[in-house]
Each structure stands twice: as C-alpha cells, then as structure tokens.
Design a protein around this ligand. Structure first.
Ligand SMILES: [Zn+2]
Length: 213
C-alpha cells in the first residue's frame, strides 16, 4: 500500500517498541514528514470511526481497506471531516499531521490490524510490512527522480522485480553508503542507476531506506 504522506517521511518510533504505553509496547509506527504534512488514505476503503477510540489518540480516524486491513491514523491537527460509513480512495486527503492527544511533537501514529473492527492492541500488523513509505501514487509518471544513498550493508542488485523479490540471480551490488539515482518504484522494489568502476548499470534493490530528500 502507498504511503500516508505525499513526500518522504522518517520513522521516529518503531512498531512494538517497549515503553510506557497501556499495553506495554507501541502498537503502530510513528513517522514525521517535514516537507508536506498532508495525511492521505493508504488504500481504498470505508471510514469506520472518527475521534472515538480514546483521547490519547487526539484527532484520529479509523478506516478499513478493501483488503480487510483496519488503519488507525492518530494525532491529526484537526478533527477529520469525513464521516463513519463514507468510502475513501487511496491518496484522498484525510487530514494534516498534528500534535493532538498523547503526543510530544507533530507526528503521525499509524497502526494496522487484520480485523473487522479496530480494538486496542489486538490483531496488530507491522506497518513496515504493508506500507511502502516511498510509494506516493500508483501512477509511475508522478514519481520524481531522487538521489539514493545505500545503507550500512552491501545491497544486492537484480535485473528484474521478480528476481529482486526472490533474491536470486543478483547482477551486482551497491557498497555501504554508495550513491545512485532512483528512477522508479515498482511493487516495493527500487530501480536504481549506479556506476561501477568501468560502466553505468541499472537494476532493482529492495532496501527501503535509501531515498534522500
Ligand atoms: Zn505512536
């Protein structure tokens, strides 16, 4: 599913972090986008609840995607204007990142559950397994070329998306910290243009942390 932001964001609190929450751990992920605070729907779905899951969430919305995943977005700046029962489309604006409820700075808390209805700390899914934080639109034309900086480990490069997903038949690799140009995102894999000592090559990687603002 696409990102709830329209621009690159960073994670500030991970899923299942142990701490002072009622259930003893963090039920979703926290993320911050400093360039565009708009919060949008990550998939087509139906709104289920608005501002009635508890005051610690501040202004919040719960919707269920057409694939049966319940999504809670919390700490929005204002009360969402969509109502329970309304259908929403992927990319539709739901609100603006805010600092309402139990929050110490503007961020989005997003949590996912495989369920019919939202329930506190039940049926939780790891959002990082379902959301591509660098997918802003299903339309490839809208993807802007971005600088890519590899992470701390060597990253294998593959010729096709299928090879990349199955991690087979690598055609090369990016060294730790190496830079490249990212030209597209397809099915959770990133198409990169990079240089070797002798030539320029391109291929897909699955590492999610490389896009530089
Ligand atoms: Zn949170």
């Amino acid at each position: 599913m696409r990102s709830p932001f329209n621009r690159p964001s960073v994670q500030t609190t991970p899923f299942k972090k142990v701490g002072g929450w009622k259930c003893g751990y963090h039920t979703g992920v926290d993320r911050v986008c400093s360039t565009d605070k708009t919060i949008v729907a990550i998939a087509n779905g139906t709104v289920q609840r608005v501002n009635d899951c508890g005051s610690s969430y501040g202004n919040h919305i719960v919707y269920r995607t057409s694939d049966g995943i319940v999504v809670l977005c919390a700490h929005l700046a204002e009360k969402p204007t969509v109502k329970a029962g309304e259908t929403i489309q992927a990319g539709q604006k739901l609100g603006v990142m805010g600092n309402t409820g139990n929050s110490t700075g503007p961020h989005l808390h997003i949590e996912l559950q495989k369920a019919a209805q939202w329930r506190y700390a039940e049926n939780l899914l790891d959002p990082n397994h379902y959301i591509d934080w660098y997918l802003f639109s299903e339309s490839e034309e809208e993807f802007m070329e971005r600088t890519w900086k590899n992470g701390a480990t060597k990253e294998q490069v593959y010729q096709t998306v299928a090879d990349c997903k199955e991690k087979r038949r690598s055609i090369g690799y990016l060294s730790p910290g190496e830079k490249a140009t990212c030209t597209a995102v397809t099915d959770g894999c990133y198409l990169l243009l990079y240089r070797t000592a002798t030539t320029q090559k391109c291929g897909f990687v699955s590492y999610h942390g490389g896009i530089v603002l």
